[in-house]
Design a protein around this ligand. Sequence first.
Ligand SMILES: [Zn+2]
Length: 131
Amino acid sequence: MSKQKIKSLKPPAFCWDCQYNIAYLTDNRCPECGRVFDPNRKTSYLTNLINPKHPSFNILFIVFCTIATLVVMVPYLNVLNIVLLFATIIATVAAFMDDDHSYRTTSIFALIYNLMLTILALFILYKLSSL
Ligand SMILES: [Zn+2]
């Protein structure tokens, strides 16, 4: 098997079979599943993911922040902010364990945002219970 250098693909480029990110590879074979692709033929690889291997963390964080903002305004329903904070912590840990670093800024922002909303929610609950 000859291992000739090939022109590497520019992102977005993903394997047809396993959706592995094949951009910048110097081999025309997917390192994950072994499927061969031709960099000169756009039909031999995917340029967008319908079912991404990794969840789209950015959308997840936006959803968490949006729900957290909505529930904090509803008396007694704002206990859900604690649940959302835990969900954000889990997603932040997952984002930091992922090789893709693009989620990290969003994850830290979402974590601080939902932490502040949870403190606000607890403060509102305290005020409601002491009336
Ligand atoms: Zn593959």
